[in-house]
Design a protein around this ligand. Structure first.
Ligand SMILES: [Zn+2]
Length: 296
């Protein structure tokens, strides 16, 4: 970087001269000048790599203007300990289930987890709404600014109307019995309409390969076009077993839930290979793969 260039940059971000002008001409408001915040930390993460000895320049409204070297930043640099980073994205959240935090014993496996989630239904709406608000605050406090949220009911809408975080709402369709596909699809469409009052994108997505019948796939696939689609993918090794041979713990789950599984046709392929082409119209797809993670 040449010396002249460096001086020009320093001048660009040095507002002390302009501050004097402001003091003399008191009629000028602070909006009349371009004022900057200069933030330095041990490291700056730009979304791709860590940068040391750098200063982040933002305009007064928080717009990121530049990342420059310490030498080029001029005076009035605010110094912080730690790392400066862009906001985080939580790409898989179940905000509406926040009231269940800590209620499900860990390491019991996916099958018992799913069974517990669908059978735990004794909380008041007030309790649920409170937990939703608290969970959103916790995410904000941890630097999360955008959330892909799985939705099975409309209870998160009042919180989302506050627009404190950017949401992408994934209306989750599920139904393993082919005979209930129309009813489940109508339910998803109704929910999608309710979410359309928000100023954030919403679309219908499949819950998991083992919980969406072919009939239901046919109904929801048109909603994938130009959308981001998410799916709970291979969260357990049993899922592959279910598609390869039609055996294993998912069969046990359907027995526990008293859901007829006789229509299931094993494909002889892994779960992902069995359904991946169904997502081909989607703009982006997020596969929430937790296979072999031991907290389930
Ligand atoms: Zn999930």
């Amino acid at each position: 970087m040449g010396c002249k260039n460096s001086k020009e940059r320093t001048k660009k971000y040095d507002v002390s001269r302009e501050r004097n002008v402001l003091a003399i001409h008191s009629l000028l408001t602070s909006l009349a000048i371009m004022s900057y915040r200069k933030l330095k930390a041990d490291k700056i993460f730009d979304g791709y790599k860590f940068i040391e000895n750098a200063v982040l320049i933002s305009t007064a409204d928080g717009t990121i203007e530049n990342v420059v070297s310490k030498e080029d930043a001029g005076d009035d640099v605010e110094v912080f300990e730690g790392i400066l980073s862009p906001g985080f994205t939580n790409c898989h959240c179940h905000l509406e289930l926040s009231h269940m935090k800590g209620m499900i014993p860990e390491k019991t496996g996916l099958i018992d987890f799913v069974f517990k989630v669908v059978t735990e239904r004794h909380h008041s709406e007030e309790e649920i709404l409170q937990a939703i608000g608290n969970a959103e605050s916790e995410m904000l406090n941890n630097g999360i600014v955008a959330i892909g949220d799985i939705c099975n009911n409309s209870l998160t809408i009042p919180q989302k109307q506050k627009e404190r975080v950017l949401y992408y709402n994934f209306i989750e369709a599920s139904g393993w019995l082919p005979s209930i596909s129309k009813m489940r699809f109508e339910r998803s469409k109704h929910l999608l309409k309710e979410f359309s009052q928000l100023h954030t994108p919403s679309t219908i997505v499949p819950h998991a390969p083992y919980s969406v019948s072919q009939n239901l796939w046919n109904e929801i696939q048109p909603y994938f076009e130009n959308s981001t689609v998410t799916v709970h993918n291979q969260e357990t090794a049993f899922e592959d077993e279910f598609f390869l041979k039609g055996e294993g713990n998912l069969t046990r789950m359907y027995e526990m839930m008293k859901i007829d599984n006789t229509h299931h046709q094993p494909t002889g392929k892994s779960s992902l290979q069995s359904y991946f082409n169904k997502l081909e119209k989607a703009k982006n797809s997020i596969h929430n793969a937790c296979k072999n993670v031991d907290f389930l």
